[in-house]
Design a binder for this molecule. Structure first.
Ligand code: SAH
Ligand code: SF4
Ligand code: F3S
Length: 472
């Protein structure tokens, strides 16, 4: 067992619920229920954290609003992955000055990955005085206590001390969706890819106990969830810190054994740890969706080494080949970075050729963004932004053509899809997802179908999605 992981005790969480109760008593004295607005940036991990923040807020007696002017508490759950993400957050908190002027009792909280960065906390302390509270991901479990401090007007609260990380069970949760939901199976990351801020703000890799993960999945299935995504920065190393005889493939098998008609997804996988055992387990487990998100980041061996990724191009291609051997029509998606410091256009061509070779179903493409405190931020980066953008565009064009072709191949097929919502676009009634998570717009259909699996005849497609009608 990793000695550095702190497991927050049930008594500590109980104490937090007492703070919820104290705030609830204060809110009960108000003429109307107070309102909270939770604004989330970044990845599914942050979405999952926001669901716990909402869970605590509900226990405190808050209702929810999407209107920042109506909110008594605003929580901004931030992402630090790229500069652009941080700029947006600073822009939005700057603008909140006006909401607060109109509503002087309003409490503004900044949390999430940016809040863990000392540089950001200092900037907020000095220049954004309307922000009342800053707390990093490690302090999320004690949000009620921190909020109570602000509510009782004991000054601004800054809680972002660095630590290897903790695990807290039993935090209440308000889920955003009634059909699809996340279950975090682990937190943090040990990989230290040279460009990435995540290990610096989220701490070391630590796994939840299998019984806690399984109990949460079981509860969700009983509550009617049809699509469960197991979350972690690198799910393939699940359990390594627990000293138990259970790895990620075993966990997947155990979730698959929960009775019920539902799909299991997971993200993200690091190629170095994606094992043959996992591929075989996926192929065998009928509830595990045939989809694999396997970020490759670059197709060039020198760049991969500089990125500290611990695999090379041929190793990556070998994993893809073995995955397809087990699940022939598996949907494969990936992440890639263009313009890593020192990457030449010739090296970028290796990324392009890997994309052509693998033919991903979808690709998430990013231009390198230097993150203070990571090794890559200090590397020489001579390529002008125009050239990076031109390479980026070539990659996007190549992938768009592949995605469009892959989607067109669905036309004429009937696919069992999960109906997951109302479609806001004209001419369509509902949205659904293929097992590979491709979006399907349905021409007709009643809202009562949301949360059910339906056979869908695919009639059309474009680069990003499919459309079709319910097959009778
Ligand atoms: N743990 C996941 C990904 C987390 S971040 C994994 O390892 O796959 C999601 C994606 O953001 C990464 O896969 C990477 O492609 C991109 N990314 C991370 N840091 C970045 C940076 N500094 N600049 C540009 N893109 C970055
Ligand atoms: Fe970042 Fe790499 Fe960890 Fe993913 S595996 S979170 S890219 S350090
Ligand atoms: Fe962003 Fe933090 Fe996720 S940096 S991508 S919200 S882990």
């Amino acid at each position: 067992m990793d000695v550095k992981t702190t497991r927050i005790s049930p008594a500590d969480i109980e104490r937090q619920r007492e703070f919820c109760e104290k705030i609830h008593e204060r809110s009960a004295a108000l003429p109307a229920a107070p309102l909270a607005y939770v604004d989330t940036y970044g990845c599914q991990q942050n979405e999952a954290d926001s669901e716990r923040i909402r869970g605590y807020l509900r226990e405190m007696g808050y209702g929810f609003t999407q209107d920042e002017n109506a909110a008594d508490v605003i929580v901004i759950n931030t992402c630090a992955i790229r500069e652009h993400a941080e700029d947006r957050v600073f822009g939005n908190i700057g603008a909140l000055v006006h909401a607060k002027r109109r509503h002087p009792g309003q409490i503004i909280c900044l949390c999430g990955c940016m809040a863990q960065e000392p540089r950001v906390a200092e900037k907020i302390r000095a220049s954004y005085r309307h922000v009342d509270m800053v707390f990093g991901p490690h302090a999320l479990w004690k949000f009620p206590e921190l909020l109570y401090r602000v509510v009782t007007r004991r000054g601004r609260v800054f809680e972002n001390t660095d630590e290897p990380g903790n695990i807290a069970e039993g935090i209440p949760t308000v889920r955003q969706d009634a059909v699809k939901g996340w279950v975090s199976i682990m937190y943090g990351c040990n990989n230290f890819c040279s460009y990435c801020i995540v290990p610096h703000v989220r701490g070391r890799e630590r796994s939840r106990l299998p019984e806690d993960v399984l109990a949460e999945c079981r509860e969700m299935v009983e509550a009617g969830y049809k699509d469960i995504t197991l979350l972690g920065q690198n799910v393939n190393s699940y359990g390594k810190d627990l000293g138990l005889d259970m790895d990620f493939a075993d966990l997947l098998e155990a979730v698959n054994a929960i009775p019920g008609d539902f799909l299991i997804r997971f993200m993200t996988s690091h190629p170095k740890d994606a094992s043959q055992k996992l591929f075989e387990t996926m192929a065998r487990c009928e509830k595990v969706a045939p989809v694999f998100h396997l970020p490759f980041q670059s197709g060039n061996d020198r760049v991969l080494k500089e990125m500290n990724r611990h695999y090379d191009r041929s190793g990556y291609l070998d994993k893809v080949r073995r995955l397809r051997e087990q699940i022939p029509d598996v949907v494969i998606t990936s992440d890639v970075i263009v313009g890593f410091p020192g990457e030449t256009t010739a090296e970028f061509e290796d990324t392009l050729s890997l994309v052509e070779e693998v033919r991903f179903d979808a690709l998430f493409t990013f231009i390198f963004s230097p993150r203070e405190g990571t090794p890559a931020a200090k590397m020489d980066d001579p390529m002008p932004m125009e050239e990076k953008k031109a390479n980026f565009q070539r990659l996007v064009d190549a992938q768009n053509a592949i995605s469009a072709e892959k989607h067109a191949a669905y036309i004429g097929k009937t696919v069992r899809c999960l109906v997951d919502g109302v479609c806001g676009e004209e001419g369509f009634a509902l949205t659904a997802r293929t097992p590979g998570n491709r979006l399907v717009r349905l021409e007709r259909g009643d809202e009562s179908l949301i949360g059910t699996f339906q056979n869908v005849a695919i009639t059309g497609s474009n680069t990003w999605s499919l459309w079709g009608r319910l097959a009778t």
